[in-house]
Design a protein around this ligand. Structure first.
Ligand code: SF4
Length: 264
């Protein structure tokens, strides 16, 4: 039994003792009024308790998930398949993004894909169709996959960090990412691709940490849970910046090399 549970046990035994004493007409144990009140409060709010991470800054401390998110915890082994995971998500309302969505955009492609593309979230067209990357930037991604890499969309897997469209296509906020990210992680754990291609800053930071700078580090191989990860620009950025096409093509060729595909 850990210290917290021991304290709880003592607390409830003491309460029972007080109740029993009162019921039997005996004097309760001598305890000042309110002496046990602190036990009703969350332990984390008790400043007297030393932190296990006393050397860590408050910023670095792990965030405690909101109660609703504690039910997500999709460790991949919990799910046999992407279908199981999707069924678990149901009509997800775990974050505010469900308010404005038409469709939850789970992801699509080969569940055994060797290559997974991860974007940041659905846009207008994706929300309307319920499919990832079908708007203008999606069409560019499809051209990269089909004309550039010689693959088909169906042979890869495409998904996003958040599964519902942020209003006005804004970036998903940290809370929304924190709540939805376990679903992406579960998808990646189920698929276990040979390569992940993270598209844009939001996807890169979600998978590699908030300080990742896409402009500085795109094109540098990283790993996510042991899987090689290539960070590159989002196709939407390519549509606005023609000069980014060359570096992205370099990244795509690097991915093809990693997958053993012939670069033409
Ligand atoms: S964005 Fe993710 S967590 Fe939020 S409602 Fe949609 S599926 Fe659920």
């Amino acid at each position: 039994m850990n210290a917290r549970n021991e304290l709880k046990e003592i607390f409830f035994k003491t309460k029972r003792l007080i109740s029993a004493s009162e019921e039997m007409g005996l004097e309760p144990p001598m305890l000042p009024k309110g002496a046990l009140d602190f036990m009703e409060k969350p332990v984390s709010k008790n400043p007297a308790l030393p932190s296990k991470r006393s050397g860590a800054s408050e910023k670095a401390a792990p965030q405690i998930p909101a109660p609703e998110t504690q039910t997500i915890t999709p460790a991949a082994q919990q799910f046999d398949s992407l279908e199981d995971l999707r069924a678990h998500m149901g009509d997800c309302r775990r974050c505010d993004l469900h308010n404005g969505r038409k469709h939850l955009v789970f992801g699509e492609g080969d569940p055994k894909a060797r290559l997974v593309f991860v974007g940041e979230g659905p846009g207008f067209d994706e929300d309307r169709e319920g499919r990832p990357f079908v708007g203008k930037s999606g069409q560019l991604l499809t051209r990269i996959i089909e004309k550039g890499m010689g693959l088909t969309r169906e042979s890869v897997y495409i998904c996003n960090v958040v599964k519902c469209r942020p209003p006005g296509n804004r970036d998903p906020n940290p809370d929304e990412i924190r709540v939805c990210l376990p679903f992406l992680k579960a998808q990646l754990s189920i698929i276990r691709p040979d390569v992940i291609c993270a598209l844009g800053r939001v996807a890169c930071q979600a998978l590699m940490g908030g300080d990742f700078k896409i402009t500085r580090h795109r094109g540098e191989w990283r790993t996510y849970e042991g899987i090689p990860l290539m960070p590159t620009f989002h196709p939407a950025y390519l549509l606005r910046n023609a000069s980014a096409k060359r570096p992205v093509w370099d990244d795509v060729k690097s991915i093809m090399g990693k997958l053993g595909l012939e670069v033409k």
